[in-house]
Design a protein around this ligand. Structure first.
Ligand SMILES: [Zn+2]
Length: 211
């Protein structure tokens, strides 16, 4: 799933969510990113007129909708949705980052399809870490996890997520973040991969799948 504004192809639900956000960025991507950032600032006065207390969040949201028009944010818990909105607002105004979401809440059917695909893959390759979790273990199904893009925004979120109770939880998935209010600002130890029983080394080269 290439990170572009123009093709922002809305992926087919079952398989698209199994694809990792790619880190590549083209000149065109950068152009659209700049336009969205500029528009967010231009629209700030309009956002202020609509809601003086929430103007920065609204303006950032408008820019994000322009940049990532096919995002699906419905189904997240209220806590996760609020945390994500706060994080995206901060990323926008503090660092000029557009924190996109490639996968949020998943239905039971979507997760089951991903799990089936992963079991088939594991059978074909013989062994390897799981890439999809059973429904009852998936925080995406619970509405408590999001996969984000691009890489630089994910890196920012990894450094700043504690401010919003959002934490990266898998060493092999730089894009996967979970809402963990009970962590109280202390990042939990990352697991090696989805389904792992122990911690793993932080990797910047994810295998390209999501939990
Ligand atoms: Zn994920």
């Amino acid at each position: 799933m290439t990170e572009t504004l123009r093709p922002i192809q809305h992926p087919r639900p079952a398989r698209a969510t199994a694809m990792a956000p790619t880190a590549g960025r083209t000149v065109r991507d950068e152009l659209f990113r700049s336009i969205a950032l500029w528009l967010g600032r231009v629209l700030l006065p309009s956002a202020w007129l609509g809601s003086r207390h929430d103007s920065h969040a609204r303006a950032a949201q408008w820019a994000l909708q322009l940049r990532f028009p096919h995002e699906r944010l419905a189904g997240l818990t209220t806590g996760m949705a609020v945390a994500l909105r706060r994080a995206r607002t901060a990323a926008f105004w503090e660092q000029d980052l557009l924190l996109g979401v490639t996968s949020g809440h998943r239905t039971v059917d979507e997760q089951n399809r991903m799990l089936t695909d992963d079991l088939i893959r594991l059978e074909s390759v013989g062994d390897g870490p799981a890439r999809a979790l059973p429904v009852e273990q998936s925080q995406h199904v619970a509405g408590l996890a999001v996969d984000v893009r691009p890489r630089e925004a994910a890196m920012w979120l990894e450094r700043n997520g504690h401010r919003f109770d959002l934490y990266r939880t898998y060493a092999n998935e730089w894009w996967h973040f979970e809402y963990l209010p009970r962590a109280s600002g202390t990042a939990p130890q990352m697991l090696a991969h989805p389904g792992a029983r122990g911690p793993g080394k932080c990797s910047t080269t994810g295998a390209g799948v999501q939990s």
